[in-house]
Write a protein that binds this ligand. Structure first.
Ligand code: G3P
Length: 218
């Protein structure tokens, strides 16, 4: 299972990368705005900065919602660095853009996936990744993990190569359940990734080992 970090914060990306477990980065316009990154040239430079930290796929989202605009923006983003993945929303114009980029060998991430039908369309259009939003489905009392399971079954039925990138992951158990179901990738915040390492018995056990070492080495 690949681990992506879902942030535009360079310090968090550096911290996750230093742990040695980071496979890639996802961003979106909200995450860029949260870091105060605005204006086309600053946004493009920020993607370059992210690519210089992590050696893996970096999703960069188009803002246009019509086909020609998506193609124009996507090509500009893809030209920034070999690891850029063009992130495209699940709308009809987006499906056409997915097919265009797939035919050109440019990697894509189809975002804002909330149903199995959308996931099926994106795979048919040749998306490299799809991003079903687990947490946002949970927020409206719908089982986000059940969607991941349903998509896994559909993709396996037909050997679709599109990777299921579980997004809007909010906590460590989302990550563990996604791994059980067989999501290819998860993207989540740094605190959810770090929380996987925590266990009170680990802390108690370590304290005890260190105390016993001190006793024996006085
Ligand atoms: O990867 C999608 C993600 O950024 C959305 O997460 O927590 O805003 O639902 P969230």
């Amino acid at each position: 299972m690949k681990f992506f970090i879902d942030t535009a914060n360079l310090n968090e990306i550096k911290e996750a990368n230093a742990m040695g477990i980071l496979d890639g980065v996802t961003t979106n316009p909200s995450l860029m705005a949260k870091e105060g990154i605005t204006g086309p040239s600053n946004i493009l430079q920020h993607y370059r900065d992210i690519c210089s930290i992590v050696d893996g796929p970096v999703s960069a989202e188009v803002i246009a919602t019509e086909y020609e605009g998506m193609i124009r923006e996507g090509e500009e983003l893809a030209a920034l660095h070999k690891n850029i993945v063009v992130k495209i929303p699940m709308i009809i114009e987006g499906i056409k853009a997915l097919r265009y980029f797939s035919n050109k060998g440019i990697k894509t991430n189809c975002t804002l996936i909330f149903s199995a039908g959308q996931a099926l369309l994106a795979a048919k259009a040749g998306a490299t990744f799809i991003s079903p939003f687990v947490g946002r489905l949970d927020d409206i009392s719908t089982d986000g993990l059940a969607l991941i399971e349903q998509i896994r079954t559909i993709y396996d039925n037909y050997a679709f190569e599109t990777e299921i990138l579980a997004a809007s992951v909010r906590h460590p158990m989302h990550i563990v359940h996604c791994a059980e179901i067989g999501a290819d990738v998860m993207t989540g915040p740094l605190n959810a990734i770090k929380a996987l390492a925590k266990h009170p018995l680990t802390d108690i056990g370590l304290q005890q080992f260190l105390a016993d070492f001190d006793k024996g080495n006085k």
